[in-house]
Every structure is written in structure tokens, then in C-alpha cells.
Design a protein around this ligand. Structure first.
Ligand code: SAH
Ligand code: SF4
Length: 395
């Protein structure tokens, strides 16, 4: 395991370290009360015990979500005495801290981000060149030098995952716990701070495709989305959430006024193969899934993304591609398919698909009118690619 280079200012200057000290300094009998993650009503409620004027909640929100304050003392719009009162009552900013960074040769970075209870979650930064998918990431350094970012952050929603997909490394952990809204949105802010991102100037996309199943932590996930949209200022049209197919979650999602785009991890051409690789199919089969997705009102030109992990010999053959085309036609959904060649992980009994099978699969879909894209693996060398998160526990 490689430890973070602590001379890197992006790592050492994050708020969390200050925070950790303020946590340690807090009176032992008081619970740690993180402020980052609270929505406006909750901040107002929290401040009620101090009989502070209402506008203090706004100032606090501004410090947390616009200025990304590292510690209470950085929010200088609040009087010093008031900041002290908050600290004495056990409040701290509580922004998660990047404790370890792995850098890939392709420009991708994977972070271990510490939560208050000594656990870590994983978050990935993927710089895109101006030439988008054709970029090899080598221009990432230049991009930062000229002070402009075009990047995607892959965010975790749980520590571990309960879903047990047979090809996924995260599944091996089981579910450890749900993340809070502050821990989900906090991963994004920790990474934005590290790269000196300016909201409004830089183009940042979020994908909720890290560790965990977002729709099994639905409320916290959607609270985090609302914070990221309303307070931090990232448009929901730049966000995509991926689910393994939790039908009640998709049905709730269909009711949301503000929501990310939807991706479904289909991964198989039929229920039989899907049951083998994603046992959750026994609870909700593909037909259930399609019915739920149909309830989501799509925006103009919006398509549902169907993710499809290609597993050598299991679901990557021409007959499978033909079945996928039929399945999509029958579903009658505006869909596009994102193909992902399976990324290997220790102790996972699958094989990578051959490059020929991958291209043949993609071509079959395209030839039959189904838009199909091949996701290039990012950061495989640092175990940052899809389904590789949390390898660190095994080494
Ligand atoms: N739990 C959610 C989101 C996180 S997984 C979900 O399953 O959709 C994000 C994507 O990574 C999913 O589409 C999943 O099928 C894919 N994936 C998991 N393990 C993988 C692996 N080893 N190689 C390639 N993709 C993988
Ligand atoms: Fe969980 Fe997604 Fe991995 Fe399945 S693919 S085990 S749902 S993280």
C-alpha cells in the first residue's frame, strides 16, 4: 500500500486534518456534531439553542457550501464568540478528509477519504481532456496548469455493498454502513478543494457509481444530491446515478423533481444469466426493472443508460448481443448502452472479454440501432476502475 505524499499541498491542506484536531480537542463527553451535510432547516434548528439571529444560518451555510471552510474559525462572517460557542457545544465542520491518494498513469486519481469514525470511503477523480473520450489523460497536467478543469468525480454512497454482484470487488466487503448526506456530498467537496475547482468556471460531472448501492441508501443519497445542486451549485443534469436495479428506489426516484440522470446496471441479456451474476435478479427480474424505469419521466433528449459489464464467455457473445437488442426494443425505452470490459479483481472468478468480442458486441448493437459506447477503463493500475474499489482492504 502506498501512502499519500504528505508534501502534496492538496492532501495536507484539506479541512479534515484541522477538523480531526478540533474533534480531539472537543470536550470528551460531548458528541461530535458535524455541520457539513445539514440542510438549511437543520442548520436553523441547530442554531436555535444559541438564540442567534436567523441570518447566521445563512452565513454558516455559505461558509460550509460555497467557501468550503476548513474549520469554524475560517467562517469569519460569524462573530468569534459565536464560533467558540458552537465549538464548545461539540460542533465542527466535519468535512471528510483525503487521507491517501493513488495516482494512475492515465491521470485518474483514487482517494481514500476518512469519515469521522475511522472508516474510509473511496472516491475517484477522472480528468477528461478537451477531446473527451479520445483523450488519454496525458493532458491532465496542462489542463490544471491553465486553470481549467473538465473532470468526472465518481462518488461512493455506502461503505461496502449488500447487493453481492458476483463480478464486483466491493461486494466482497458486504455492507459496512450507509454514508450520511454530509459524507456523500463531502467526498465531492474534498476532491473539488484538492483540485482548486471553481464552480461555474470548471465543468465537473458527478457519477454516483463508487462503492455501494445508492438506492439502498436512498434518503441520504437524495439529500446529498439536493445539497450538491442547491448549495454547492452543480447542475443535476451533470450527475448520473447508477443502480443495480432496486425497484422501490427507482419508483421513488421517478417522483423526484430534481434528480440526476439514471443508469441501470443491466449486465445480462436475460434473467437466467443475470441471476447468476447478479443474484438480486431473483428479487426483481428484468421485466420488473423495465416497468419501474418506464415510470421515470425523462427530460427532452434524455436517455436511460444501460450499463453492461462484459464478462469473457459469460455475456459477451453475439447471441447475447442479439438478445440485448431485442430486450431494448421490447422495453421501448429511449436507452443507450455503456459497455464496460470487466476489470479483474483478486479472487473473482471471471475473465476479461477479448478485444474482438468487445468490438463485435458493440458493433452488433450499433448496427441494430442501439447507441452503444465503450467505456475506457480508467485508473486500472491503481484499482480505481469500475468494480475495483476497496481493494485496499485486501492488501
Ligand atoms: N451499485 C451501483 C453503482 C456502483 S457499481 C450499481 O451496481 O449500479 C458501478 C458500475 O460498475 C456498475 O454498472 C457495475 O455493474 C460496474 N462494475 C462492478 N464491478 C465491475 C468490474 N469488476 N468491472 C467492470 N465494471 C464493474
Ligand atoms: Fe454493489 Fe454495484 Fe458492486 Fe453490485 S456492482 S455489488 S450493486 S457496488
Amino acid at each position: 500500500m502506498r501512502y499519500a505524499d504528505t508534501t502534496d499541498p492538496g492532501i495536507t491542506m484539506t479541512s479534515g486534518r484541522n477538523n480531526l484536531y478540533s474533534i480531539l480537542d472537543a470536550p470528551a463527553q460531548l458528541p461530535i456534531r458535524p455541520l457539513f451535510g445539514l440542510k438549511n432547516e437543520q442548520l436553523t434548528e441547530a442554531l436555535a439553542e444559541f438564540s442567534a439571529p436567523a441570518y447566521r444560518a445563512r452565513q454558516l451555510a455559505h461558509g460550509l457550501y460555497r467557501d468550503w471552510a476548513a474549520s469554524l474559525d475560517d467562517i469569519t462572517t460569524l462573530p468569534k464568540s459565536f464560533r467558540e460557542q458552537l465549538a464548545q457545544a461539540g460542533y465542527s465542520i466535519g468535512l471528510p478528509e483525503i487521507v491517501e491518494t493513488f495516482k494512475s498513469i492515465d491521470g485518474t486519481e483514487r482517494y481514500l477519504i476518512a469519515t469521522g469514525d475511522g472508516q474510509t470511503v473511496e472516491t475517484v477523480w477522472m480528468p477528461e481532456g478537451d477531446d473527451g473520450e479520445e483523450g488519454d489523460g496525458s493532458q491532465a497536467g496542462d489542463e490544471e496548469a491553465i486553470g481549467h478543469h473538465d473532470a468526472t468525480i465518481c462518488v461512493s454512497s455506502q461503505i461496502g455493498c449488500a447487493v453481492n454482484c458476483q463480478f464486483c470487488l466491493t461486494a466482497k466487503l458486504g455492507i459496512i454502513r450507509n454514508l450520511t448526506p454530509g459524507e456523500i456530498a463531502g467526498q465531492v467537496v474534498a476532491v473539488l478543494k484538492r483540485h482548486g475547482v471553481q464552480i461555474g468556471r470548471d465543468r465537473i460531472n458527478l457519477v454516483f457509481m463508487g462503492m455501494g448501492e445508492p438506492f439502498l441508501n436512498y434518503d441520504a443519497f437524495m439529500d446529498a444530491v439536493r445539497l450538491l445542486v442547491g448549495e454547492i451549485g452543480i447542475a443535476e443534469s451533470r450527475m448520473t446515478v447508477s443502480t443495480s436495479g432496486i425497484v422501490p428506489g427507482i419508483e421513488r426516484f421517478a417522483q423526484e423533481l430534481v434528480r440526476p440522470k439514471l443508469a441501470i446496471s443491466l449486465n445480462a441479456p436475460n434473467d437466467k444469466v443475470r441471476e447468476e451474476i447478479m443474484p438480486i435478479t431473483r428479487k426483481w427480474d428484468i421485466a420488473n426493472l423495465v416497468d419501474a424505469v418506464r415510470k421515470v419521466p425523462l427530460r427532452t433528449r434524455e436517455r436511460v443508460t444501460l450499463e453492461y459489464v462484459l464478462l469473457g464467455g459469460v455475456n459477451d457473445q453475439p447471441t447475447h448481443a442479439a438478445e440485448v437488442v431485442k430486450l431494448i426494443r421490447r422495453a421501448g425505452l429511449p436507452a443507450k448502452v455503456n459497455l464496460i470490459a470487466w476489470n479483474p479483481g483478486p479472487g473473482i472468478p471471471y475473465e476479461m472479454p477479448s478485444p474482438e468480442d468487445v468490438s463485435r458486441f458493440q458493433q452488433h448493437l450499433i448496427d441494430h440501432g442501439v447507441p452503444a459506447f465503450l467505456r475506457r477503463p480508467r485508473g486500472r493500475d491503481i484499482y480505481a476502475a469500475c468494480g475495483q474499489l476497496k481493494r485496499t482492504v485486501e492488501v
